[in-house]
Write a protein that binds this ligand. Structure first.
Ligand code: DGL
Length: 268
């Protein structure tokens, strides 16, 4: 069991920002990553659909005998985490609680901004969890749907992305936030652009770092640390592996050679 892999999933390639952090912080842990490239984006879908997609993926990951599951997708964490937790007996880590804890630790003026997909914003989950940690914090949310395609087009530092960020962040900045949660897997990839628009006085929080920390804590508590000297990572997608590989090479420090194809609907 201890040397079994960690299952990580996302609606596509963005969850590799979380996988990257887990590889960095837990280098002995093997990973099975699933990216739902055929059905991305989750951010504009209904709660019911995201729950049903997530449950199919969890069944696939269980078939791979993972010892824990990381829901790297913010939208899936916002909508489906309780259902996943009740479906399985292994530990499950989402990205929202770790991100919320980090925001609470960082904010000084207790005004926190959250940028995320439409689904995550609609769920209100970041605001709920941040306020449960500290009721004095005011949370201001903004859906930023154009960021995902801009990142996937590789326009990380482009003037178009700066212009879009300017419009999206305008209201949040006018509320005087001092902390901004990057509540979507893709946003850490445009961190520099977001920081430029938000200004140096706003601290950016990437839940990926805190999620890896939380996973480490859970692995230690459950005594399921891997004793492998070199971890083995496997990648699966529900659509073309080529597009996944191309985008993955700009996120991970290494190239992915093999990507398996999964007919995820068969896990319905
Ligand atoms: N992975 C999604 C998230 O973190 C972003 C992409 C999508 O909409 O599926 O919410």
């Amino acid at each position: 069991m201890n040397n079994a892999p960690i299952g990580i999933f996302d609606s596509g390639v963005g969850g590799l920002t979380v996988a990257r952090e887990i590889m960095r912080q837990l280098p002995n842990e093997s990973i099975v990553y699933f990216g739902d490239m055929a059905r991305v984006p989750y951010g504009s879908k209904s709660k019911e659909t995201v729950i049903s997609f997530s449950e199919q993926i969890v069944r696939f990951l269980q078939e791979k005998e993972v010892k824990a599951i990381v829901v790297a997708c913010n939208t899936a964490s916002a909508f489906a985490l309780p259902d996943i937790v009740s479906d399985v007996t292994i530990p499950v880590v989402g990205v929202i609680e770790p991100g919320a804890k980090a925001a609470d630790a960082i904010t000084k003026n207790k005004k926190v901004g959250v940028i995320a997909t439409e689904g995550t914003v609609r769920s209100g989950m970041y605001a709920k969890v941040i306020k449960a940690i500290n009721p004095e914090i005011q949370v201001f949310q903004k859906a930023c749907p154009l960021f995902v395609p801009l990142v996937e087009e590789g326009l990380l530092y482009d003037s178009i992305t700066i212009e879009v960020a300017d419009r999206y962040l305008h209201d949040l900045l006018s509320y005087g936030i001092d902390t901004l949660v990057l509540g979507c897997t893709h946003y850490p990839l445009i961190r520099r652009t977001i920081q430029k628009v938000a200004g140096e006085n706003v601290s950016l929080v990437s839940p990926a770092y805190e999620t890896a920390k939380e996973l480490e804590k859970i692995i230690n508590e459950n005594n399921i640390n891997s004793s492998l000297e070199s971890a083995v990572h496997r990648f699966y997608v529900s659509d073309s592996a080529d597009r996944f590989k191309k985008l993955a090479s700009s996120i991970l420090p290494c190239d992915i050679e093999e990507v398996g194809h999964v007919n995820i609907e068969q896990y319905g």
